[in-house]
Design a protein around this ligand. Structure first.
Ligand code: SF4
Ligand code: SF4
Length: 196
């Protein structure tokens, strides 16, 4: 991914304005989970802490050996702790993905009547968006390498519109309102450039 040109920052995160125009339509069975995800060190620890609730929800396509769930930690300033920990792959998919294409962490939250993203790593929630070098942007490298992701976007909506709930999750309602103001300002600027 190349360095992002961003003039706006919300809650310490720069905004790549291409999220307002890039067309996206999510319509597949979670191919994005075949590669695993990078979690923050704290998210990784939280998952380990609730392993006894996760294991009973796993099926035969998954491993209940906790030592096989995560890669070695590595430094990464795009994560709150400054350390990222990747989930391992097992049977060609993230260790937490079950044979029906469901995330076990999300299954657990729903079973407990909690918000579906309670235990889910932030970067799973955000995809196809991501945070790269401090900027909210499109994870185009991952989208491009997937066979089914956004290959036939039938609806003409932007990735920003497609990911509204995810953006509220990231910024809160107040931050999202600020983002919406920035979107209007940005698109007005684009339209006036087209007319001129
Ligand atoms: S984000 Fe892409 S790969 Fe993931 S479920 Fe949606 S279309 Fe499929
Ligand atoms: S943790 Fe869940 S949502 Fe994230 S990549 Fe793994 S299976 Fe997919």
């Amino acid at each position: 991914m190349s360095t992002i040109k961003a003039n706006k920052e919300i809650k310490g995160i720069k905004i790549d304005p291409s999220i307002f125009t890039f067309k996206f339509h999510c319509l597949c069975n979670g191919e994005c989970c075949y590669y695993g995800v990078y979690t923050d060190l704290k998210e990784h620890q939280q998952i380990i802490n609730i392993k006894d609730k996760i294991i009973p929800l796993m099926d035969d396509s998954q491993t209940t050996d906790v030592s096989k769930w995560f890669e070695a930690p590595e430094k990464d300033e795009d994560f709150e702790s400054g350390v990222a920990v990747g989930t391992e792959l097992f049977n060609g998919k993230c260790v937490f993905l079950d044979e029906n294409g469901l995330c076990t962490l999300q299954k657990l939250a729903l079973k407990e009547n909690e918000h579906k993203w309670k235990y889910k790593p932030l970067y799973c929630v955000l995809f196809p968006l991501t945070i790269f070098e401090g900027a909210l942007t499109i994870d185009d490298e991952h989208i491009d390498r997937l066979k089914t992701c956004n290959k036939n976007p039938v609806k003409e909506i932007s990735i920003y519109e497609a990911c509204r709930d995810e953006l509220i999750h990231l910024f809160g309602e107040d931050g999202f309102a600020e983002l919406e103001d920035y979107r209007k300002e940005f698109l007005n600027g684009e339209n006036s450039r087209e007319v001129a």
